[in-house]
Design a protein around this ligand. Structure first.
Ligand SMILES: Cc1cc2nc3c(=O)[nH]c(=O)nc-3n(C[C@H](O)[C@H](O)[C@H](O)COP(=O)(O)OP(=O)(O)OC[C@H]3O[C@@H](n4cnc5c(N)ncnc54)[C@H](O)[C@@H]3O)c2cc1C
Length: 430
């Protein structure tokens, strides 16, 4: 039997082939204005804004720069539509909901502006997102979402099963919802470009500098890292799905969930264009995590899911996900998997991202799997808050950041939630 994994199968992100995370041996200074913990999009966008205003900025990263989710993601760029379709904004007072959606739209606009202004090499394009009805009944759900999204200011259109033929080759789906204001990029190239932009503006980026403690001083903070101690007037935490016990208050508010991604070997010529002719970012209406896109060069399928209820090794995950992908397109049954990797998504109880201040320490966390634009934005907003240059408070800046009940750092309930989602998918498919 032919192995579905290529001979040179890698357990690192496909994105790292072109732009791997980097070490940065910069000495940690004794003092700075702002110490930022975490070198993902949150930390870097915060650093770019601060350093660009002449503020002393040091980014402290436990691993290589970019070791976290920012170089591992699907690179799909939303202007907040997920907040609407996930129900996160449901039940929120209309005025606050409008402000949240305004900021979410703004996050996409700012990402596009940042890429254009700084000429970032991120392979960004507005491909559009297509949500596919998994069963006939789910088309009604798409109609409802279309209405909500239109009211929230998104450019959307509904596609019948027949109209899908021009969008998804050989589809077994039952209609779709196309969101136009939705992009895709190369997440690790975007990260590398942000690293360069932060350095160009004078920020110090220090890798392998895990922060083990933050002590309050009469003025400011003492930040204890594995490579030295730093005094800072302000501290920003941007650790998202890698938030550990450093600040238990924050740890109890974001649960890390492991997500799995595979990349195929290059597809036979003509097949990518046949399967996803307009290179849309695809997902479906199942409750289980399930998204598919083409690589920015249009040659490979990139597919994200959580194939098993409990965490597993990447080879096992890759084999299971190969079967799932071939279930969508039988044409892919003979295409092998070249990469499989994992990353941590940070879930919050209310499915909203949050920024704020706890005990004098700034934070921006909780992307719920949609953080390319949003965490870039919240990093920048946190910097503006410190600088005092915000035009208005960010809508995601709220003291109301609920903890997960019965959670102290061991996400025991994640397999149960996954099982419940699968069961509901199965029951609905009957
Ligand atoms: C598999 C996967 C697919 C995704 N797909 C998408 C997508 O398609 N679209 C989208 O919008 N979003 C997606 N996301 C979410 C998105 O990647 C994240 O929201 C975003 O990258 C978070 O950025 P961040 O800077 O907040 O955190 P990260 O990039 O995770 O960075 C946090 C960093 O903090 C460091 N750290 C933690 N503790 C310490 C400490 N004590 N000291 C020093 N450093 C520390 C970590 O090492 C890590 O590097 C995906 C996430 C995953 C995991």
């Amino acid at each position: 039997m032919i192995d579905v994994l290529t001979e040179d199968f890698r357990q690192t992100p496909y994105w790292w082939d072109a732009a791997p995370p980097e070490p940065a041996a910069a000495a940690i200074p004794e003092a700075t204005d702002v110490a930022i913990i975490g070198s993902g999009y949150t930390g870097l966008c915060c650093a770019i804004e601060l350093a660009g205003h002449g503020v002393g900025t040091v980014v402290l990263e436990a691993g290589d720069l970019g070791a976290g989710a920012s170089t591992r993601s699907g690179g799909m760029v939303t202007g907040g539509q997920k907040l609407v379709v996930s129900g996160a904004t449901h039940g929120i007072a209309p005025e606050r909901r409008a402000r949240l959606l305004e900021d979410a739209h703004e996050s996409l606009a700012m990402l596009e502006q940042r890429i254009a202004d700084y000429r970032l090499d991120a392979e960004y394009e507005r491909y559009g997102r297509l949500i596919l009805a998994h069963i006939p009944r789910h088309y009604e759900r798409l109609v409802r979402w279309a209405e909500l999204l239109r009211r929230a200011g998104s450019a959307v259109s509904l596609l019948s099963r027949e109209a899908l033929a021009g969008e998804v080759g050989g589809t077994r789906y039952h209609g779709g919802l196309l969101i136009e204001d939705y992009g895709g990029l190369h997440p690790a190239k975007y990260h590398r470009a942000l690293r360069r932009a932060a350095c160009d503006r004078g920020a110090v980026l220090a890798s392998h500098a895990a922060v083990g403690a933050i002590r309050r001083l009469a003025e400011g903070f003492e930040v204890v890292t594995g490579r030295g101690v730093l005094r800072a007037r302000s501290v920003v935490v941007g650790t998202n799905g890698y938030t550990g016990p450093l600040i238990p208050h924050l740890q109890r508010r974001v649960v890390p969930v492991t997500a799995y991604v595979i990349a195929t070997e290059p597809l036979p010529p003509g097949l990518p264009e046949k399967l996803i002719p307009h290179r849309r970012m695809l997902s479906d209406t199942k409750r289980q995590l399930y998204w598919i896109r083409l690589s920015p060069d249009g040659t490979r399928m990139i597919f994200g899911a959580r194939p098993h209820l409990v965490d597993t090794d990447t080879q096992t995950a890759a084999r299971s996900m190969h079967g799932m992908l071939a279930g969508v397109w039988p044409e892919l049954a003979d295409v092998r998997i070249s990469h499989c990797w994992t990353g941590n998504v940070a879930m919050s109880v209310d499915h909203l991202p949050h920024m704020g201040v706890h005990d004098g320490i700034h934070y921006a966390l909780g992307c719920n799997g949609s953080g390319v634009a949003m965490m870039s934005y919240l990093g920048q907003q946190t910097a503006r808050k410190i600088l005092g240059t915000q035009n208005r408070p960010c809508a995601f800046d709220s003291a109301d950041f609920p903890p997960f009940p019965l959670y102290r750092g061991w996400p025991w309930f994640v397999p149960l939630v996954a099982a419940w989602r699968r069961l509901r998918d199965k029951l609905e498919s009957r």
